[in-house]
Design a protein around this ligand. Sequence first.
Ligand code: IMP
Length: 179
Amino acid sequence: MHPDLDHIVLTEDEIKRRVAELGEQVSRDYGEESILLIAVLRGAALFVADLAREITSPIEIDFMAVSSYGSSTESSGVVRIIKDLEELIEGRNVLVVEDIIDTGLTLKYLLKNLASRKPKTLEIVSLLYKKDKQRVPISCKYVGFDVPDEFVVGYGLDYAERYRNLPYIGVLRREIYAE
Ligand code: IMP
């Protein structure tokens, strides 16, 4: 385990198995209909790469980058699009791929923005969901894991751009971000 972590929450194996299940579920639901996966950079980059390979329906992948103002461990709800989609989404099946829903503020903004472009369907798949966190209601169709309200890193999730490359997900030791 990385020395900056307090403990591991999800092992590489657990993540792999669950991502495969999510891919199967998505493939069952959409069948032969094509899906546009919209990954939210940068956290969801690793997740979308693995999830895409578990989906048998025809897919395309596009990316959006948003920045949320606020401290590095709490989002403020004020969101700015810093990279928009390349694709038009009107009339398409859009599946937003997120790394984690914490307060839900980022997604609330993003969904409103995407809905205004009139996709045929608009759903979310989030690898992690902080269940006990006070949040705006977000209806997320596919959730990988419920996680406790602690700051987690790994498998795409960062603290100050670090730890994204850990193959597992763990809780960062408090002294690392309290410094
Ligand atoms: P929300 O707007 O509070 O739902 O947070 C959205 C974004 O904050 C996520 O997409 C992550 O990039 C980041 N985030 C929230 N919680 C964590 C965490 O525990 N570890 C790493 N990033 C997080």
